[in-house]
Design a protein around this ligand. Structure first.
Ligand SMILES: Nc1ncnc2c1ncn2[C@@H]1O[C@H](COP(=O)(O)OP(=O)(O)O)[C@@H](O)[C@H]1O
Ligand SMILES: [Mg+2]
Length: 234
């Protein structure tokens, strides 16, 4: 098991946002977490990354408990976050955006960028384009590529399909699927897009009002009524 979240709670000041989270991800797995707006998806990923402090519970990663580690330390251990809204630097080129991802690391930065770009032929063609001039989908590809430059063991993806046209959503799904088949990376994907999630993940959890505990049985994933129930809408 690469990641294990046990009874994790987190809050903003006195206001709880994650009441209870329990889930795990095996090495090489894509795990999906499905939830509507405001249910705690971003908070959960930020808690795993260390941006939001947990109040209790345990986060185990790659054989150790990381509860007390800083964001920077978690990143060095191999956790990468692709944030909601992508957070591309609009005035930097594609290549410069990618260098920012590896700037703090030792070794052959250009080599890492080139290696990451192998998975993203579309970005290769846009290498000198300003981040701000890319489409939403292209920016999402760039956010993924930037994260991959650091060679994370675990990638946390926050709503990669949000606000993106269907044609490029398919390209993002294909890229992630190829990446996953290489077997070097584990992905935790939070989404509202059911098709995207079921296309990529064998195991899917539901998060509702800050509570994540139920894995949705595979056959319920084809049943809209069952899904609504798991997502807390009935
Ligand atoms: N920085 C913040 N300060 C206070 N409350 C927040 C903050 N960010 C999110 N929340 C609240 O935490 C809950 C979960 O939000 P969030 O994790 O962003 O949900 P999701 O990503 O599923 O849309 C919501 O009630 C939201 O209003
Ligand atoms: Mg969110």
């Amino acid at each position: 098991m690469l990641l294990e979240i046990k009874n994790v709670k987190a809050s903003y000041g006195l206001v709880p946002a994650i009441h209870e989270a329990n889930f795990f991800a095996e090495h090489g797995e894509v795990v999906g977490i499905l939830g509507h707006n405001g249910m705690g998806k971003t908070t959960l990923l930020k808690t795993i990354m260390g941006f939001v402090k947990q109040n209790s519970g345990e986060i185990n990663f790659d054989g150790e408990t990381i509860n007390k580690l800083s964001v920077h330390q978690r990143a060095s251990k191999g956790i990468g976050l692709v944030p909601q809204g992508r957070e591309i630097f609009p005035n930097l080129t594609v290549e410069q955006n990618m260098s920012v991802g590896v700037a703090a690391q030792k070794g052959d930065i250009n080599g890492r960028i080139e290696e990451a770009l192998e998975m993203f032929p579309r970005l290769k063609r846009l290498i000198d384009r300003r981040g701000g001039d890319l489409s939403g989908g292209e920016q999402q590809l760039l956010a993924l590529a930037r994260c991959l430059c650091r060679k994370p063991k675990l990638m946390l993806l926050d709503e990669p399909t949000e606000g993106i046209q269907p044609s490029i959503i398919d390209e993002i799904a294909e890229t992630l699927s190829k990446l996953s088949k290489k077997g070097e990376i584990t992905i935790v994907l939070v989404e509202q897009n059911l098709d995207f999630i079921t296309n990529l993940s064998k195991r899917v959890y539901a998060i509702s009002n800050g509570i994540l505990k139920d894995e949705i049985p595979p056959k319920s994933l084809k049943d809209t009524n069952a899904i609504s129930e798991y997502m807390g809408f009935s």
